[in-house]
Write a protein that binds this ligand. Structure first.
Ligand code: NI
Ligand code: MN
Length: 228
């Protein structure tokens, strides 16, 4: 299984046959030096409607025929733009022959900006993805919350992709507490250093996670691939 970190909250998962793209904000993402072309994911997971997560989902879905998986409100918006959708909500699991995608809460907000208007986009979410014999939790945008321990009760996580940028999501201190609740084999920090307002010392975060938890911390540079 291959994990590609495109930057911010955008990740790709591939197992050699199938692929999943998560929060595909590529165009206009300051961390993406070269926008990849011709992406052909089977599924596109969108944690919420904010532009840095919904990103290019509709365009990629229409070009590739991929299905967008998100909450009913975000899916409704995407379907109106003629993208293929598969709506789901907290507690739900979608099963495919190559993956299972479970939806968990994220404490945040969700809206879609269209011109000068902001439309309601339901609740934001996170995903637990069983794919390529691994279990990956993508937290979306969220603060720390105690029910992350319920995720760890149900799933033995190989990877937890956690925001640490602060301001719009949890920062490094609560990120560390989230790692303690989730107990993943590996934590990959995300949603930091994209803008001045979410700059973090990721190396300090890595050190503290590895000193104080059982988890490894993998810092991925945008545009790089991790093979497991
Ligand atoms: Ni957001
Ligand atoms: Mn965000």
């Amino acid at each position: 299984m291959k994990i590609t970190y495109y930057g911010h909250a955008c990740f790709g998962l591939e197992d050699g046959k199938s692929s999943i793209l998560i929060d595909p904000w590529l165009k206009g993402n300051p961390l993406v030096k070269h926008v990849p072309e011709g992406l052909r994911p089977d599924l596109i997971l969108v944690s919420h409607g904010h532009h840095d997560h919904l990103g290019d989902a509709v365009e990629i879905a229409k070009e590739s025929g991929a299905t967008i998986i998100s909450t009913p409100e975000v899916c409704h918006y995407c379907a109106k733009q003629d993208a293929k959708i598969d709506p789901v909500h907290y507690g739900g699991t979608l099963k495919f022959d190559f993956a299972a995608v479970s939806v968990v809460p994220a404490w945040h907000s969700s809206s879609i900006t269209i011109g000068e208007e902001r439309i309601y986009a339901g609740n934001p979410c996170g995903f637990v993805i069983r794919f390529g014999e691994k279990v990956i939790y993508h937290a979306g945008d969220t603060c720390l919350y105690g029910d992350m321990s319920l995720i760890a009760e149900r799933f033995v996580l190989d990877y937890a992709l956690l925001p640490i940028g602060d301001r719009f999501t949890m920062g490094p201190e609560d990120g560390l507490r989230a790692v303690r609740l989730l107990r993943p084999r590996v934590v990959i920090p995300m949603h930091y250093d994209t803008w001045d307002r979410i700059v973090q010392d990721v190396e300090a975060f890595r050190k503290v996670v590895e000193a104080r938890t059982i988890s490894k911390c993998l810092v991925m540079k945008p545009g790089t691939i991790h093979q497991d």
